[in-house]
Design a protein. Structure first.
Length: 173
């Protein structure tokens, strides 16, 4: 029995030291893993921030490019028929939208909804102006109607979306 107690007296401190060492090593590796995860998260946030800012820039550019004034200036050509200008404008809006469609993953749902509403508002405005033309009307007639309707419109969904976009970007900083 004395031998057993002697063995326990010698092994117990070594066992306690061993358990403490295991816990210290575990805590050290856990801390190192947490620090590494924090560094990775910070790098990812930096990369994501750049991507989000690029998305906001692209959406702001999209909204600027689909204003009636910009569309008419870019697409209206002398001798163009009114219906052809309408078709070109609608095609351009849809192409621009499809080109920027993937940016929605970096925007809030509310902002993306405002962008879609603004796009639909511009399309409605174009179709409404074109509905008042006869088939023989020229592109200049449609352009004039569109620019006049741009001046007369009450709700400017593009500006609303752009202002909301600016507000979201300010919240990033």
């Amino acid at each position: 029995m004395e031998n057993f107690l002697e063995i326990v007296k010698n092994i117990l401190p070594a066992l306690i030291v061993g358990v403490v060492v295991v816990f210290v090593i575990y805590a050290f590796f856990k801390d190192a893993r947490n620090r590494r995860n924090e560094v990775l998260k910070a790098e990812n946030n930096k990369l994501t921030l750049n991507l989000r800012l690029q998305a906001y820039e692209r959406i702001a550019l999209f909204m600027e490019r689909i204003t009636i004034k910009q569309l008419v200036m870019r697409l209206s050509m002398p001798g163009m028929a009114g219906l052809q200008l309408q078709w070109e404008i609608l095609k351009t809006i849809n192409e621009e939208f499809e080109h920027n469609f993937s940016q929605q993953i970096y925007l809030s749902t509310e902002l993306w909804d405002l962008v879609k509403i603004a796009r639909e508002s511009v399309i409605r405005q174009i179709n409404s102006a074109a509905a008042g033309l006869h088939e023989e009307s020229t592109g200049e007639n449609l352009a004039r109607l569109l620019l006049e309707s741009e001046l007369d419109k009450n709700a400017d969904h593009l500006n609303d979306a752009l202002n909301f976009l600016k507000k979201e970007v300010r919240q990033l900083f």
